[in-house]
Design a protein around this ligand. Structure first.
Ligand code: CP
Ligand code: NVA
Length: 343
């Protein structure tokens, strides 16, 4: 994997070995949580948490996760960081890389996360954009595996909007062998390019009929009909999504042991009924709780990747500066403290 392995911007390009290693580490961290043996490898490290949209699960799981691993957090908003704000994203990325060890960002435009990742020396984690929500789906896969589902054999039915969460499911389908049935109404399709790519590489099928998508499925998944940033369209979205509600009648078409998942926040009575949310097939609270364990594992993995990248960079610099057999000169203290862009 190339140098971008220290960031999590999207799931495309990740492989199952990497994801499975996260699951294993998350299991260990879960088991040690709250015990004297709980590791604190982030001691002395600080994560910058940037939120341009509201968040309960993501903000709390990253904040608590960093603290439990021994680190500190600093909260930032659009007042400090934005695409057309006080300074360029390149400058922001470079400054934060000097002061922090990790950047977690939830924002609107996906390119903001891409630009930060392009310029940051420290890991950048996408905590949701208008395009994708990779932390959610990594965590959901972890939840499903823990619930006994076979990630290579299960069928997942997505019912609802062709949104950021679905995009990350489409990307995940290229990593594992599961089948993904997508039921979205006309006009609310996912990104066409990503859908074609997922169709080419994975078992992905689209229908306009939620019943067809759910029939025989092992997992039924839905999300809000109106995502953050689209609130002004909420009324006509309710009309467009009529018939896409996950209710007991729809769940009855899935496998008898099918599970119901929702990334939350849910709008009870809209995309899902109380009966399903609170019913025996729903694992939405465990699903939310797993964000903490999986993201702890993720942060440790990306920090390790960043450290490996730095070590490799230093070794390459040294090899270029001091050809084989040539001893390095004695360097005066502080001599290496050069500007970032010095030749
Ligand atoms: N599922 C999720 O990301 O929830 P929040 O928006 O509350 O972070
Ligand atoms: N699709 C939703 C997900 C919230 C976690 C949104 O973007 O608002």
């Amino acid at each position: 994997m190339n140098d971008t392995s220290r960031h999590l911007v999207d799931l495309l390009g990740r492989d199952r070995a990497w994801v499975n290693a996260l699951f294993e580490r998350a299991d260990v961290l879960r088991g040690l949580r709250g015990t004297p043996a709980a590791p604190r490898p982030l001691a002395g490290k600080t994560a910058a948490l940037v939120f341009h949209k509201p968040s309960l699960r993501t903000r709390v799981s990253f904040t608590v996760g960093v603290h439990e691993l021994g680190g500190d957090t600093v909260d930032l908003t659009a007042a400090e960081i934005s695409e057309h704000g006080r300074e360029s994203l390149k400058d922001v990325a470079q400054v934060l890389s000097e002061m922090c060890d990790l950047i977690v960002i939830r924002t609107f435009a996906h390119r903001v996360v891409q630009q930060l990742a392009a310029h940051a020396d420290v890991p950048v984690i996408n905590a949701l954009t208008d395009f994708s929500h990779p932390c959610q789906i990594l965590s959901d896969l972890y939840t499903l595996r823990r619930a006994g589902k076979d990630l290579d054999a299960m069928t997942v039915a997505w019912v609802g909007d062709g949104n950021n969460v679905l995009h990350s499911w489409l990307e995940a389908a290229t990593i594992f062998g599961f089948t993904l049935h997508v039921a979205v109404p006309d006009g609310f399709e996912p990104d066409a390019g990503l859908f074609l790519e997922a169709e080419r590489r994975a078992a992905v099928r689209r229908t306009r009929d939620p019943r067809e998508a759910v029939r025989g499925a092992d997992v039924v998944y839905t999300d809000a009909w109106t995502s953050m940033g689209h609130e002004k369209d909420a009324d006509w979205r309710r009309v467009a999504f009529a018939g896409f509600q996950v209710n007991a009648e729809l769940m009855a078409l899935a496998q008898p042991d099918a599970l119901f998942l929702h990334c939350l926040p849910a709008h009870r009575g809209e995309e899902v009924t109380d009966e399903v949310m609170d019913g025996p097939q729903s694992i939405v609270i465990e699903q939310a709780a797993n964000r903490l364990h999986l993201q702890k594992a993720l942060m440790l993995d990306l920090l390790r990747a960043a450290a490996r990248g730095r070590a490799k960079g230093l070794a390459e610099e040294a090899a270029a500066a001091f050809p084989a057999g040539e001893a390095p000169p004695v360097v005066a203290a502080g001599a290496g403290y050069a500007r970032r862009d010095a030749p």
